[in-house]
Design a protein around this ligand. Structure first.
Ligand code: B12
Ligand code: SF4
Ligand code: SF4
Length: 383
């Protein structure tokens, strides 16, 4: 007679076999559809990140693009109740990237090259799920960037890469120019949990030294609100002292990745990508209609904040590049409906020609509200 205990052991062995087979099927399916970077984790509880998140928020280093509700951030089951394992992927980009010559143009970050990566990864993860479903029935939820969870920590635990001092997740073959996404699944799969942090930077500090706004801390993390990538996306007021370092960026910032030795291999790889598509005609941004903007730039990940934020960044770029020939075009923006555009137009005019701008701002100040009046006066005094 077989004892109950023996049945338990046989069941466990069968479950383990299934977990291992499942993993092999998933890795094969990924290969079939061209996913090179893949890993699996069953770490679902992220409450060990609580102190880091609370300290960041208390020190004012977080930003409005992160989920404020900590409970949602700290357990995958709060996003997908039946979650048992997570299949994480990385999709490399920026092959052969060389920053295009910008002259008098605006610049988009290389993460905004081509089709929006949110759509690309969503489609890829859906395809992967459908492929796996041919062998195992399961429920899943796709997450790319916009979930409350901490993508890099999940992907790190799955073995996709390690965290660098610039806070990016770095894959050993492809570097940090990888977009991340994952499937929260109700499958129990064999896992590659990599919980221990590995120091992959050693005594390198290049990104810390190169960051234009000194946003990266030596002992871990960044000040999001100083990061140029953040500044190009926020609708909050941008402090005067940060604007110069935004240079001509219209969306994002790549500096801490371009300088990173871990990315040199990827950057040096040959590709037919024409990165001049990342250049933005600044004059066009002042004249383009909302409809034409959506048609021309709507499919780029860098356009998600809309035309007005691009126009605000274009005003900062025109001021930083001293494009005096655009003075009259910028002046027209003082009668824009948006207060945000007005105050950056005023800043830009003062940068281009202080004396002429002072006269213009004094003249139009009487028709403005108190906030704008105060801002114009501050600009005339400070700049
Ligand atoms: C908010 C946000 C931002 C903010 C803040 C970024 C930040 N570093 O906190 C801003 C707007 C600045 C930003 C910029 C960028 N972002 Co962003 N962003 C996010 C988002 C939505 C949340 C990030 C978050 O939770 N931050 C909180 C901190 C605690 O977590 P973390 O940033 O992941 O940091 C990890 C480690 O660095 C470490 N850590 C962080 N701080 C500290 C502090 C200490 C003391 C210690 C010990 C450890 C530590 O712990 C975390 C877990 O491993 C994620 C998507 C998501 N849902 O996760 C994308 C994401 C992080 N962004 C991404 C990208 C591509 C970018 C940009 C490169 C875009 C660009 N070209 O401009 C820049 C890079 C700037 C940079 N150096 O990080 C990718 C990163 C891909 C990768 N390979 O790492 C993500 C994962 C989106 C995705 N799914 O592809 N981003
Ligand atoms: S993205 Fe740019 S501003 Fe932000 S941390 Fe990296 S180098 Fe600094
Ligand atoms: S530049 Fe150096 S310190 Fe920064 S992430 Fe890369 S290897 Fe690490």
């Amino acid at each position: 007679m077989i004892s109950e205990n023996k049945y338990d052991i046989i069941n466990i062995i069968n479950e383990m076999k299934e977990c291992i087979i499942m993993k092999q099927v998933i890795f094969k399916a990924a290969k079939l559809i061209g996913i090179d970077i893949i890993g699996i984790t069953d770490v679902l509880d992220y409450s060990y990140m609580t102190d880091i998140l609370i300290k960041r928020a208390a020190d004012g280093l977080d930003c409005e693009f992160e989920e404020r509700d900590l409970i949602k951030r700290l357990d995958a089951r709060n996003v997908f109740q039946n979650c048992k394992s997570i299949i994480a992927i990385g999709v490399p980009y920026a092959f052969g990237y060389k920053k295009p010559e910008t002259d008098n143009m605006g610049l988009l970050s290389v993460s905004s090259y081509g089709e929006d990566y949110h759509k690309k990864l969503n489609d890829l993860l859906k395809e992967l799920a459908e492929e796996i479903k041919k062998y195992f029935d399961f429920e899943y939820k796709i997450c790319v960037d916009t979930s409350p969870l901490i993508d890099r920590e999940i992907c790190k635990n799955a073995g996709v890469g390690n965290i660098g001092k610039n806070t990016l997740l770095i894959n050993e073959n492809y570097g940090s120019f990888i977009n991340l996404g994952y499937l929260l699944t109700d499958l129990k799969i064999e896992c590659d949990n990599i919980i221990k942090d590995e120091d992959i930077c050693s005594d390198c500090n290049i990104c810390i030294k190169s960051c234009p706004n000194k946003a990266i801390f030596k002992d871990g993390g960044i000040n999001s609100r100083r990061c140029v990538s953040y500044l190009t996306q926020t609708k909050e007021y941008i402090p005067l002292e940060y604007r110069k370092n935004m240079k001509n960026q219209i969306y994002g910032c790549d500096i801490c990745q371009i300088v990173c030795p871990k990315n040199q291999l990827n950057i040096e790889k040959r590709s037919n990508n024409d990165y001049s598509g990342l250049l933005v005609d600044l004059e066009e941004i002042f004249e383009i209609t909302n409809k034409d903007f959506s048609a021309k730039y709507g499919m780029l990940s860098g356009s998600w904040r809309g035309k007005n934020v691009w126009k605000r960044n274009a005003l900062i770029a025109v001021g930083n590049l001293s494009l005096y020939h655009m003075f009259d075009l910028v002046k027209e923006e003082l009668s824009n409906d948006s207060d945000m555009i007005k105050i950056y137009a005023a800043w830009c005019l003062v940068k281009l020609d202080r004396k002429a701008a002072t006269k213009i701002l004094y003249n139009c100040m009487k028709n403005e509200n108190d906030t704008i009046k105060r801002e114009y006066l501050k600009l005339m005094e400070v700049l």
